[in-house]
Design a protein. Structure first.
Length: 188
């Protein structure tokens, strides 16, 4: 026969202790399966946040650099326009030669010889040798020489010979007209 066990009702203190033990056990289980993953996720999010902040700073620096480059490009535009005028492309050779001949015919001097040489290309730059021989009054020849030096397109004077005769002066000039040779294969 079984002995009957007499149960004592739990006192308030025992109930509180039992409830605290159950809560602690639940807290340990919850921390293992809930809080630890949450803390790991928070640490991962903090690391990603730091990485994204670093990336954001890098991108902001790139944007500032792009703005500086854009401002520099805009400030250089007048110089680029001037250089495009001063150093025309090879395709503009006939109009440039026409303007050079117009310049020569605008003065009352006698053009004894005008020789245009073969194009010489080196490092995307083309030079066209020109030899000019004129006779005329000293003042007119000087003005023509000044106008040649101020020609709108880049012109390099290689040799200049000046001789004075009884009634007129003779001027022999060797120069090169410079043309820009655009890169082939690039659209623009």
């Amino acid at each position: 026969m079984a002995v009957p066990v007499k149960r004592h009702p739990l006192s308030e203190r025992e109930k509180c202790l039992l409830l605290m033990v159950i809560c602690l056990a639940l807290l340990l289980v919850a921390s293992r399966f809930l809080f630890v993953p949450l803390l790991e996720g928070a640490a991962t999010l903090r690391a990603e946040q730091e990485q994204l902040l670093g990336e954001q700073k890098r991108l902001q620096a790139l944007l500032r650099q792009a703005e500086r480059i854009r401002a520099q490009h805009e400030s250089l535009q007048p110089e680029k326009d001037y250089l495009m005028q001063a150093i025309p492309s090879r395709a503009e050779l006939p109009p440039v030669l026409g303007r050079f001949e117009e310049l020569l015919h605008g003065f009352p001097v006698s053009v004894e010889a005008l020789q245009i040489g073969e194009l010489e290309t080196e490092n995307r730059c083309t030079a066209l040798p020109v030899r000019l021989s004129i006779t005329g009054e000293e003042g007119e020849a000087m003005q023509l020489l000044e106008r040649v030096e101020q020609f709108a397109h880049l012109l390099l004077i290689d040799r200049l010979a000046w001789s004075r005769g009884e009634e007129a002066v003779s001027l022999e000039l060797s120069c090169r007209l410079i043309f820009f040779e655009p890169e082939s294969g690039k659209g623009g």
